[in-house]
Design a protein around this ligand. Structure first.
Ligand code: SF4
Length: 81
């Protein structure tokens, strides 16, 4: 099974993105353009806001394409997936 998960490393949070899951709702880019900006490379800047604010916004992603892991280990997911 293909897993093209992309990782964006911030100081406090790592944002992961699975393009094949994205339904292009625009929730991320419209709701939080300082962090999610398609005109920038990389398009995700995990240090442009607090980890908490980014995590709250990622929770709104309707497809599950965006996920996050806290760098301090408070992740509910296994690493290396
Ligand atoms: S919020 Fe999720 S589904 Fe919508 S564009 Fe962003 S990544 Fe894709």
């Amino acid at each position: 099974m293909q897993n093209a998960k992309k990782l964006y490393y911030g100081e406090k949070i790592t944002v992961t993105f699975q393009p094949e899951k994205c339904i292009h709702s625009g929730v991320c880019v419209k709701g939080f353009p300082s962090v999610f900006n398609l005109s920038k490379r990389p398009w995700v800047d995990p240090d442009a806001a607090t980890a908490e604010a980014i995590a709250r916004h990622i929770d709104k992603c309707p497809s599950g394409a965006l996920e996050y892991e806290h760098v301090d280990g408070k992740s509910d997911k296994k690493e290396g997936a």
